[in-house]
Write a protein that binds this ligand. Structure first.
Ligand code: G7M
Length: 326
């Protein structure tokens, strides 16, 4: 058993299994929603003390050891090929919080493998012309089976028990926890709103006629989150991705304390309120400002649009993009 003795003006302080077990927490100073680490203020032997606990990073070669050592699994999301679960390596104490959150994609396609692979990314400028010539044909040729999970939710075949709100009519939307959120920490709150209509592929398809739908989404999200989780609307970030991974219109709802992931970065995330405002400023006839706009965002070399964008000259400086990277 290791003990570290530190001499200070208050005398010798022992850090040991025994002394740490007497730590009396009084206040959480900060939490990280991405690493799960936490800073806690409390007392140790009546002295003010800050404890920072962070689980050590899993070494890649230990993956099999971890999976083989699991004692219990609670699969809380099943929407094949996507599964999310909590896992315990030791269930002697059944009230213990899970040791892991394990997500599984099975069967994984080549597209999934590319999506999750680390890759070089480059800034691209997508003008309406490039959208028409490169992006629209890509969206139209998009493999419809990739939207299977969306339709399964909308039709009530999957994740029905997780749905938080569903409009009565089939012109509305469904609100439910995102695949990424296990509904434990409110600071990590992450919901998805899926619209019923199949006609809006991306934010470029939005027109002023969609303003009531977007406003309804906002109000329903605020009400639902307040009722269900006690989180105020002023704590929520509502945004839309461009490019999204799935070409069926959906809105991301994330707690403002959640640590930014790449999907929340400028370029990819567009605030829902800004979209509504641009629609309000759009002409009532003809293409909306969202359709007329040029969008600037990062694109990975493994993305299905990469080659087409390169050929169309959409990158900031094509000569920066080495052939080796492509
Ligand atoms: O905007 P973009 O297309 O990148 O985001 C799609 C969002 O849908 C992400 O936040 C995903 O985590 C979420 N998501 C993806 N899948 C496959 C599922 C699923 O099967 N169930 C739920 N609830 N959310 C999902």
């Amino acid at each position: 058993m290791s003990t570290i003795a530190v001499t200070s003006s208050v005398g010798s302080i022992d850090i040991s299994v025994e002394s740490l077990s007497t730590f009396n927490p009084t206040k959480i100073l900060s939490e990280s929603t991405s690493t799960g680490s936490i800073y806690v203020l409390g007392t140790l032997s009546d002295l003010p003390t800050i404890v920072h606990i962070q689980k050590t990073v899993l070494e890649s070669e230990k993956v099999q050891v971890v999976l083989q050592g699991l004692d219990r699994l609670n699969v809380f999301l099943e929407n094949q090929p996507y599964f999310s679960s909590h896992a315990w390596s030791n269930t002697e104490d059944i009230n213990r919080s899970p040791d892991y959150q394990i997500k599984v994609i099975c069967p994984a396609t080549e597209t999934h493998i590319k999506k999750y692979s680390e890759q070089e990314r480059y800034m691209v400028k997508e003008t309406p012309k490039i959208y028409k010539n490169v992006v629209l044909p890509y969206i139209e040729a998009f493999d419809g089976t990739r939207l299977g999970w969306v339709y399964a939710i909308l039709e009530g075949r999957k994740e029905a028990e997780r749905v938080l709100y569903k409009t009565e009519d089939d012109t509305g939307f469904v609100i439910l926890p995102d695949l990424k959120w296990d509904q434990t920490s409110m600071n990590a709150l992450y919901l998805t709103v899926l619209v019923q209509t199949h006609s809006i592929k991306t934010l470029r398809d939005l027109t002023p006629s969609h303003i009531p739908l977007l406003e309804d989404i906002k109000q329903a999200v605020f009400r639902t989150v307040k009722e269900k989780y006690g989180v105020a609307s002023s704590k929520l970030r509502l945004f839309v991705h461009y490019q999204p991974s799935y070409y069926h219109f959906h809105v991301h709802v994330v707690h403002i304390n959640a640590e930014a992931t790449s999907g929340m970065l400028v370029g990819q995330a567009h605030m829902l309120d800004d979209l509504i405002n641009l629609l309000e400023l759009s002409p009532s006839n003809g293409p909306s400002l969202l359709a007329q706009k040029t969008y600037t965002y990062p694109l990975g070399v493994e993305h299905g649009l990469f080659e087409g964008m390169k050929t169309a000259g959409a990158f900031y400086r094509d000569d920066d993009i080495s052939d080796g990277a492509v």
